[in-house]
Design a binder for this molecule. Structure first.
Ligand code: FES
Ligand code: FES
Length: 160
């Protein structure tokens, strides 16, 4: 079980869930978010923290196949559920390859959230249109303002 960073005096609770296909158990204080647990307890830093208030989409993960903001999701809400983070996506997946080939990873900060959102889109719509890609990524902000390569990469993955 993870979660040993908390002092013995801290009030914590065990939460069990499935993370990227593996049964996982953590002990966290009440009110702890999924983002805090991923990054600071499990040391899985692929999921990024931008605004921490649901505005930027950098922390996007899938819970039972649905995109959510990990920064707004309490651990109590993921108990018994299945979470997919960017680390759970195969590196050889057509989406990852397309991001690399198109140079869509710029500074990289928004990339994990965008990849997860795009992965969800492709699972629903294997060959999306540009309009569908733009709509699916509407909640993911890129501070590098370089959406052209990102959209091109998702379209390319759809054509692969
Ligand atoms: S860090 Fe969660 S939406 Fe910005
Ligand atoms: S690649 Fe830099 S914030 Fe998007």
């Amino acid at each position: 079980m993870y979660g040993l960073k908390f002092p013995h005096s801290a009030r914590t609770r065990e939460i069990r869930f499935v993370l990227n296909g593996s049964e996982t158990s953590v002990r966290v204080p009440p009110g702890y978010t999924l983002l805090e647990t991923l990054r600071y307890v499990l040391r899985m830093t692929g999921t990024k923290e931008g605004c921490a208030r649901g505005d930027c989409g950098e922390c996007t993960v899938l819970v039972d196949g649905v995109p959510v903001h990990a920064c707004l999701t309490l651990m109590s809400q993921v108990e018994g559920r299945s979470v997919l983070t960017v680390e759970g996506i195969d590196r050889q997946h057509r989406l990852i390859r397309a991001f690399v080939e198109e140079g869509a990873v710029q500074c990289g900060h928004c990339t994990p959230g965008i990849v997860v959102a795009a992965y969800h889109l492709l699972s629903q719509v294997p060959r999306p249109t540009e309009e569908q890609v733009r709509e699916a990524l509407r909640g993911n902000l890129c501070r590098c303002t370089g959406y052209v390569k990102i959209i091109r990469a998702v379209l390319k993955a759809g054509e692969a």
